[in-house]
Design a protein around this ligand. Structure first.
Ligand SMILES: [Zn+2]
Length: 127
């Protein structure tokens, strides 16, 4: 059976894309990386061929896009300004749910939001 793929995003460095890949897979979405081996062998040609492409089945397209956006939308204050990390000062805080406790795996909406800095990985329980 022929399946069609949708390219969610592409990135020059495959490390960036591993984060999204892990997130999608944790949500049960099958992920395909294209051109990853080429790029790991020769990073200089990565830009030329458009970077690593992260693809999903067309059927998973909408969910994958929603997760991608959630992952890439940094936290803003009520005025829409990006909130800076308390540790490194970069305005790259993302909302994360760790789902470490069983109760949060079963009832994810009970888990309070946490904020992770995309730059230094600092994890804040509040802003
Ligand atoms: Zn930071």
């Amino acid at each position: 059976m022929k399946k069609e793929f949708y390219t969610v995003t592409s990135s020059t460095y495959s490390a960036d894309i591993q984060i999204l890949k892990g997130k999608l897979e944790s949500e049960g979405i099958q992920v395909f990386l294209r051109d990853e081996n080429t790029i790991n062998t020769d990073p200089l040609i990565s830009d030329a061929i458009g970077g690593v492409k992260l693809q999903v089945y067309i059927a998973d397209k909408e969910r994958a896009i929603a997760i991608y956006k959630e992952l890439k939308e940094y936290v803003v204050d009520e005025k829409g300004n990006l909130i800076e990390c308390k540790v490194c000062g970069k305005p790259q805080l993302e909302v994360v749910y760790l789902r470490k406790k069983l109760v949060h795996k079963l009832f994810p909406f009970f888990e309070p939001k946490k904020y992770r800095c995309d730059n230094c990985n600092f994890l804040a329980k509040s802003l």
